[in-house]
Every structure is written in C-alpha cells, then in structure tokens.
Design a protein around this ligand. Structure first.
Ligand code: ZN
Length: 58
C-alpha cells in the first residue's frame, strides 16, 4: 500500500507535510499552502512565513 499523504484541507498530495495546531481542529497533515493559510487565518497579526521554496532546487 503506497503511503501517500494527502492534505486534509485541499486533498492534494503532500510532499512536505505540516502538522496543524491543536486549536485548528484539524486532524491530519497539511500542505504548505494550507498551513500558511491557516496561520494567517488564526494568527492574522503574525506574518509567519512558511518556507515553500525548500523543495525547489532550481
Ligand atoms: Zn492543502
């Protein structure tokens, strides 16, 4: 069985998984995009940047 991790929010396959915070009420991994979106939703004052460029080796 392939162990493909899917984003709990958008359902896209996740290569680099992010763990949601407990207070978000999400039980499952997130992709970087949804993670940073949740961060900005829940913590609007903080400009937390998720490094989405780590994977790219251009
Ligand atoms: Zn997602």
């Amino acid at each position: 069985m392939p162990d493909k991790v899917k984003c709990t929010v958008c359902g896209n396959p996740v290569s680099l998984r992010y763990e949601p915070m407990d207070e978000w009420g999400i039980k499952g991994p997130l992709c970087g995009k949804c993670y940073s979106q949740k961060i900005s939703e829940h913590y609007p004052g903080k400009h937390v940047r998720v490094s989405l460029y780590e994977k790219k080796e251009v």
